[in-house]
Ligand binder design. Structure first.
Ligand SMILES: [Zn+2]
Length: 226
């Protein structure tokens, strides 16, 4: 599986500490894909995306402002590749605000194109996951399952047109739903291809061997280099 020839850009620089540490997971992704890193995504401009085969967003934090957000939207809509994961599925991008330590619907709708791009949103009252554990991630099309050591997010709302690639049984005895929850999916946004996984809590989650392969496959698919 060769991703070395791809030009990959990581947009990062903020996460909801102490839950998620962008500065610990970004180096892993950077090394996997020999990626360039931008730690101030609000400064993103269309020129930064010229010749980029795929963008990975490792981010949770304040919105980026109209110019940067539109630059990414235009890139994806025009046929670019976007990959994102885990903590990018809730928070300020979705108009949520924190109230007494819990996410709530805020006064604005957030970055609506972000939700459309990743093909999902999370109702604030449904945000949660089973206690961290090891579990099997099963591919719907039948590839061998891989073991995750991660948080198993549950009760996300996926949008019409999303294609679920992998899922896992959420353990009820660990605070999960007892249902099969989607973990990896793809979506289309304009001409662009988007790949999202709810996996990726921390370096330990990333260093599961199956995780790297899943990300690499997603990258090749999204960048049309299969
Ligand atoms: Zn987490």
């Amino acid at each position: 599986m060769n991703t070395a020839a791809l030009v990959v850009l990581i947009l990062t620089g903020s996460s909801d500490l102490p839950h998620h540490h962008w500065d610990q997971t970004t180096p892993i992704l950077r090394e996997w894909f020999n990626a360039r890193v931008i730690e101030e995504p609000s400064r993103l401009r269309p020129g930064d995306l010229k010749g980029v085969d795929a963008v990975i967003v490792n981010y949770h934090g304040p919105r980026w402002g109209e110019q940067a957000e539109r630059a990414l939207e235009d890139y994806v809509r025009g046929g670019g590749a976007l990959l994102a994961f885990h903590q990018s599925s809730y928070g300020p991008f979705f108009g949520m605000v924190q109230l007494e330590g819990k996410w709530r619907t805020g006064p604005t709708r957030g970055w609506e194109a972000w939700s459309r791009m990743i093909g999902a949103h999370w109702e604030p009252e449904k945000i949660g996951h089973a206690r961290r554990t090891r579990f099997q991630v099963e591919w719907r099309e039948g590839s061998p399952a891989f073991e995750a050591d991660d948080e198993l997010y549950h009760r996300l709302t996926l949008h019409e047109g999303v294609k679920v690639l992998a899922e896992a049984l959420s353990p009820k005895d660990l605070g999960g739903t007892g249902e099969r929850e989607p973990l990896i999916w793809t979506n289309a946004y304009g001409q662009g291809r988007v790949w999202f996984t709810t996996l990726g809590h921390d370096p330990r989650a990333f260093l599961q061997p199956g995780m790297r392969e899943a990300f690499s496959r997603g990258l090749q698919w999204a960048a049309r280099k299969e």
